[in-house]
Design a protein around this ligand. Structure first.
Ligand code: SF4
Length: 387
């Protein structure tokens, strides 16, 4: 009998097999030739997950595709889209003496306005604040249970991360000294927003991780309303290549359907238990996305009954309303356009000049899921890698 580790190794071996990859690429090329004979000169396929962008860039998939087939990164990075005022609020609390728990990628996330000379939680720690990097929310709750200092957890994330917050709240596992800044966001509303702005998307690679929770069903609006072939894909190179092939075949057949390529993990309905926990814990509200503005029904807000866990309520901080919200990027940073796929990282004049992974100026250069960071580390530009 195979163990979980054996199966993971086997899956990786199959989904990274170069002979199989070559076969799929040849089919993509044949499909593209047929599309060109039908008068199509160029197509844009958008992904909505930083990990898909990583796979695409890291494995040089853009370089393997025929001229005219373009993959553009969409809003798939929760750190990139966390508004600056959340960082500024965490900085204020850190400087007021609270212990601040944060994920590693949010630790370096730069704010627009400095607080006491600090632009990020990393700066605050250097100035002596008690900022602790954790791998998970459970690590934060476990650590906060070992002391009595007032503490706050800086929780960014999409539908994949938020069930862990909901579970801890519903099961009473949050120590009394711990409150939360939750910048939880929902991805389908941002996908709709991006598609409406970009306007010329021919296919979508929908996120695999998020869909394990919400299911494939919420992506059905892309084919049904926008007539866009959509594939929920896994994260290995052959997953992405097969997703591209499915999209091209649908374009050739002049059809638009939702297909789950990542069927080894994603179901149509998703994880009902996690969905129930999210429903019990959060209201879905209009919410701000960094560099973009408010998107309808795109944010999780703690229900009134759980407001005692909310750091904004506990410490008298206020979240700006839609009217008060203002663009929250530093001058010259075009992350707002990069996030929704209107611009590429290399369109930014600061890319790999004033803004690098070692010294990020804008939010998309911070996280391993940010498009600018991925392109900087792995070469998202076509013909940059391996030539
Ligand atoms: Fe923003 Fe830096 Fe990306 Fe330019 S390169 S869009 S400054 S994160």
């Amino acid at each position: 009998m195979k163990t979980g580790q054996d199966l993971r190794t086997l899956t990786k071996a199959i989904f990274r097999d170069h002979i199989l990859a070559n076969g799929v690429i040849n089919l993509i090329k044949k499909c593209w030739e047929s599309l060109k004979r039908n008068g199509i000169e160029e197509i844009k396929i958008m992904n909505f997950c930083g990990t898909h962008e990583y796979t695409t860039s890291h494995y040089g998939i853009r370089n393997l595709l025929p001229e005219g087939v373009e993959i553009i990164p969409g809003p798939g990075c929760p750190v990139c889209i966390t508004p600056s005022y959340y960082v500024e609020s965490a900085l204020r609390l850190a400087r007021d003496g609270l212990v601040v728990y944060t994920y590693g990628d949010a630790y370096r996330l730069p704010a627009v306005r400095t607080v006491g000379g600090c632009r990020s939680l990393a700066d605050a720690r250097m100035q002596g604040a008690d900022v602790r990097v954790v791998y998970s929310f459970l690590d934060a709750t476990a650590d906060a249970s070992t002391h009595t200092k007032p503490s706050v957890f800086f929780g960014v994330g999409f539908e994949t991360t938020c069930p862990a917050y909901a579970s801890a709240i519903l099961n009473g596992r949050i120590p009394e000294n711990l409150t939360m800044i939750i910048a939880g966001r929902l991805t389908p509303p941002a996908a709709r927003f991006s598609i409406e702005r970009v306007g010329t998307v021919s296919g979508v690679i929908a996120p695999g991780h998020v869909s394990t929770i919400i299911g494939a069903k919420p992506w059905d609006f892309l084919p049904s309303e926008f007539n866009i072939p959509t594939v929920v894909s896994g994260f290995e190179p052959i997953d992405v290549l097969v997703a591209l092939l499915i999209i091209l075949r649908q374009l050739l057949g002049k059809e638009a359907r939702l297909v789950v390529e990542y069927s080894r993990t994603v179901s149509w309905e998703g994880n009902p238990k996690a969905q129930k926990m999210l429903e019990k814990t959060f209201d879905v509200v209009d919410a701000a996305w960094r560099g973009i503005g408010f998107i309808e029904n795109s944010g999780y807000s703690l229900k009134t009954v759980f407001r005692n866990y909310d750091a904004f309520t506990a410490y008298g901080l206020s979240e700006p309303s839609e009217k008060e919200w203002k663009e929250d990027l530093l001058p010259g940073c075009i992350c707002g356009q990069v996030i929704i796929g209107v611009s590429k990282p290399t369109d930014c004049k600061m890319f790999m000049r004033q803004c690098t992974p070692g010294s990020p100026y804008g939010p998309c250069m911070v996280s391993y899921e940010g498009a600018c960071s991925i392109w900087a580390r792995h070469g998202g530009v076509k013909k940059l890698v391996g030539v």
